[in-house]
Design a protein around this ligand. Structure first.
Ligand code: DC
Length: 220
């Protein structure tokens, strides 16, 4: 039996994580936060003191790392048995993740780790290349985006709520730089997958976005 997959791709800060988690919960499906795999690798590489230019060493770390995900109200990620959730959402980790994610060799190593999440009764997969590369045959595909200003503001509020110091102008600049890096890389760039439902959430509430995505699946 084919396991149904719903892919939700889009740029940083578009609300993919919140929407994907809520949709997975309502459908009773598994959830893959592929960004957290790249982020965990960025943490592992930084902890090992390896330069982001040292491709061979980064690939070795990617092969060897063991990840466990616990999907409760908040996502808990254990890297080689150690809870790294607190470090996962920082801008430093996100930027390092975006840099190492541009290496085709790194993406190849992480490909199977992502495919393994496709299990019954279904999977909601969030990322940049879920509908284009990792699950090209997914039954449902969504491309979720919002303006860079709106995404910057959302990220800023998230960080402030978590008690993390943040600068709105700096965050918006970093978001634009990350968009450019994620879209212009040669391997698996951020793109609207063929057949994807394009959803601009700039003027929608998170609840409206969740409903639109659920309706897409239930209408089938
Ligand atoms: O979604 P995120 O912000 O947690 O992702 C962090 C970085 O990881 C992002 O800038 C690019 C990379 N990434 C990727 O290249 N492919 C994915 N499927 C998910 C994330």
């Amino acid at each position: 039996m084919t396991v149904p997959v719903l892919t939700i791709d889009g740029p940083s800060g578009a609300g993919k994580g919140t929407v994907s988690r809520a949709v997975a919960k309502q459908l009773g499906w598994h959830y893959l936060d592929s960004g957290s795999i790249y982020r965990s690798l960025a943490i592992a590489v930084t902890q090992a003191g390896v330069d982001l230019l040292k491709l061979r060493q980064i690939c070795e770390i990617a092969y060897a790392m063991e990840l466990e995900f616990e999907c409760g109200a908040e996502l808990v990620v254990r890297l080689n048995g150690v809870d790294v959730s607190a470090n996962l959402c920082t801008e430093t980790t996100g930027n390092a993740a975006s840099i190492i994610a541009a290496y085709p060799e790194v993406r190849e190593v992480l490909l199977q780790k992502q495919k393994d999440f496709q299990q019954l009764p279904g999977l909601v997969a969030d990322g940049r290349d879920m509908g284009s590369v990792v699950f090209p045959d997914a039954k449902f595909k969504v491309y979720l985006t919002a303006s860079a200003e709106e995404r910057g503001l959302r990220r800023y509020k998230q960080l402030i709520e978590k008690g993390i110091d943040a600068n709105l102008i700096q965050i918006t600049k970093e978001i634009l730089a990350r968009d450019q890096r994620d879209s212009e890389r040669t391997t698996a760039p951020l793109t609207v997958p063929q057949g994807a439902y394009y959803l601009d959430s700039s003027s929608l509430t998170i609840q409206q976005v969740i409903e639109a995505v659920i309706n897409l699946v239930r209408a089938d």
